[in-house]
Design a protein around this ligand. Sequence first.
Ligand code: ZN
Length: 411
Amino acid sequence: MEITNEQLELVNSRIKALRRADSFYGKRLEEYGIDHVDSAEDFRKLPFSEKKDLRDAYPLGLMSVPEEEIVRIHSSSGTTGKPVIVPYTKKDVEDWALLFARCYEMAGVTKLDRVQITPGYGLWTAGIGFQAGCEKLGAMAVPMGPGNTEKQLQMMMDMKSTVLCATSSYALLLAEEIEKRGIGDRIHLRKGIIGSERWSEKMRKSICEKLGIEAYDIYGLTEIYGPGIGISCDAHDGIHYWDDYVYIEIIDPQTGETLPDGEWGEIVITTLRKEGAPLIRFRTHDLSRILPGACPCGSKFPRLDTIQGRTDDMVKIKGVNLFPAQIEEILRTFPEVSSEYQIHISHLDGKDTMRLYVETNGSVDFLDLAKRIAERVKSRIGFTPLVKVVEIGVLPRSEKKTKRVIDTRYE
Ligand code: ZN
């Protein structure tokens, strides 16, 4: 999606602010000798920013306005090293609530809804974002915060909550608990606003059926306001994002080149109006693509496809970017195989080779199944893997994140 003149103007005002503040990115712009951008081509020459830059700026190096204008900070924890501190001005806080209210509206939430909010409050951006958006819309917030399932269910019944805001894993836990206790008829939920972690179609179906809800995927990250910069609509075909507040590009994570709409790659976000900590070309490492064409729901806001994981999981083979979720998607169409699989990539006789290991029980013809899977991978992804079918239980299991891709090309 090419950047518009209107968006460029907003970028220029952010460039000015960053240079004035002499923040890490302001310094970088100075190094590059950039003080404005006139065209999409200029824009693509702007340097990227990374999570590491934000960490290096700890604690308040991102602040791009005088301190008296900052009203709040949030922080993303991060599993390693220093956290990132994001300062917000009054306007940032208001803008975020407005964006979040749009999300609720897109999901069909109204002033008459009672919104049970289970994400955490505090330094983390989730809970308070859900709450501020709910109040902005005019619905009734039931600010539970995380955990305490007993109390959650009690309030859900007593308050007759109609909307559940949760991560997919917590929504599933609540759904199973409701089923187990046989209290489904005392639950009044109709919508679920579910955090954007990747969840399988099977899990979505289970949550929606058990809770009796229609579920919407909400997207966002602490570095860019928090959750609420986009959400799926009634068409459930991608996530609409608010392009009057953020400009989104998809890049090839290896080359940094901007990719055309429809191609998979890394989401890169530029904030167009953020004051406290504007970000230019921030690499999210989230994997998606911009969906070309109009959405059946009629909304003019552009769409990202469902987030397919992290770019760290992605490999390039025979010039094609490949990530495990694509293979999962294909394997899901074969009821004969288990959920376990492994991708081995090696370099043999001057060529990249992919072997795909899948499991099945003894009742099918292994060779025939391998052939059918190889054909489907070829038609969906563009090259033919060597498919090896093995007995169920042969592939390694792990309680933590299972390693799906073994790439021996660079060893
Ligand atoms: Zn739509």
